[in-house]
Design a protein around this ligand. Structure first.
Ligand code: NCD
Length: 313
């Protein structure tokens, strides 16, 4: 028997998920938030299971939170960081994954620089595959943790005005968030310089703005994105100073949003580039650390729900 509300073996993206499936992850995750604040954080429902974190790109938050999530659920967790220096990255991924698969893991959590390779991987292995970020394509657990942080702070998601601002072009976080937030009924606005706007944004049913002040007017949530310099192969912005002037969130620009608007950022932050440290550290306005906290709970929920659908039960 598969999980009553989520019948798929993997979590590869938010694309294609229903509102009920997304809500199932959020509801289960919500239950883990309190458990993670208690002294005894162990709930060993995954005893005997093995989780392999296979990361071809750097990560602090995502990798450690998957590790904590697995350990708090009683699984054995192995971390593998693989250098991406090889020219044939796709082949390296499949070879490595097949090798690991032969050791009978139950979950492979994978982060890779190429968009879409996690789908290929899922066809080759017989364990559950969780996408921890593939190129500029998707980062489903980040979108789930963002949604949980919003739902807990605002009590709902439907009907909220949510702005996603900055380097949309290179952002898997933005793509997964757009898909999730639209599915749950939020009004999503994308705000970026024209060089960094998401191509074909209209197909997502969002509004687009090319001016930060104008775009965040009356917003409930302002989500800033990191300028992903490592994914830029030419000059998308004139200079970091100029970028901050026009596109960095500071108190003056935030005043255009609703008075109780909350600020988010997936991290890591480029302080003084896309966000003024004064705003990032303001606990009245910023829920950036709540996002990190939700990250562990969401990853526990994903492991728990997928464990119902494992082939070898
Ligand atoms: C994001 C990522 O790696 O996609 N970070 C994260 O998972 N916390 C966003 C980013 O790197 O800017």
């Amino acid at each position: 028997m598969t999980h009553a509300l989520y019948a798929h073996p993997h979590l590869l993206g938010i694309e294609g998920l229903t509102a009920a499936e997304i809500t199932a992850f959020l509801d289960v995750a919500d239950g883990y938030v309190e458990k993670n604040r208690a002294a005894d954080k162990k709930h060993p429902i995954l005893r005997g299971r093995t989780v392999i974190n296979l990361f071809f790109e750097n990560s602090t938050r995502t990798r450690t939170s998957f590790e904590l999530a697995g350990k708090r659920l009683g699984a054995d967790v192995i971390n593998m960081s693989v250098s991406t220096s090889s020219a044939k990255k796709g082949e390296t991924l499949i070879d490595t994954a097949m090798t690991l698969n032969a050791m009978h893991p139950d979950f492979i959590v994978v982060r890779h620089g190429e968009s879409g390779v996690v789908h290929l991987l899922a066809q080759k292995v017989n364990c559950a595959v969780i996408n921890a970020g593939d190129g500029s394509h998707e980062h489903p657990t980040q979108a789930l943790l963002d949604a949980l942080a919003i739902r807990r702070a605002k009590g709902k998601i439907a009907g909220l005005n949510i702005a996603i601002c900055g380097d949309l072009l290179h952002s898997r976080v933005a793509r997964s968030n757009i898909l999730l937030l639209k599915t749950l009924g939020a009004n999503v606005r994308l705000i970026a310089p024209s060089t960094l706007m998401l191509p074909h944004a209209e197909q997502f049913g969002v509004e687009t703005f090319y001016d930060l002040r104008e775009g965040i007017k009356d917003c409930d949530i302002v989500m800033m994105l990191r300028l992903q310099l490592e994914r830029m192969n030419s000059n998308f912005v004139p200079s970091l100073r100029e970028y901050f002037h026009y596109w960095g969130l500071d108190r003056g620009k935030l005043a255009m949003a609703k008075p109780d608007a909350l600020v988010m950022h997936p991290g890591p932050i480029n302080r003084g580039v896309e966000i003024d440290p004064d705003i990032a550290d303001d606990i009245q306005r910023s829920i950036i650390l709540a996002q990190v906290e939700m990250g562990v709970a969401v990853r526990q929920a994903v492991l728990e729900i997928l464990s119902h659908n494992l082939a070898n039960k």
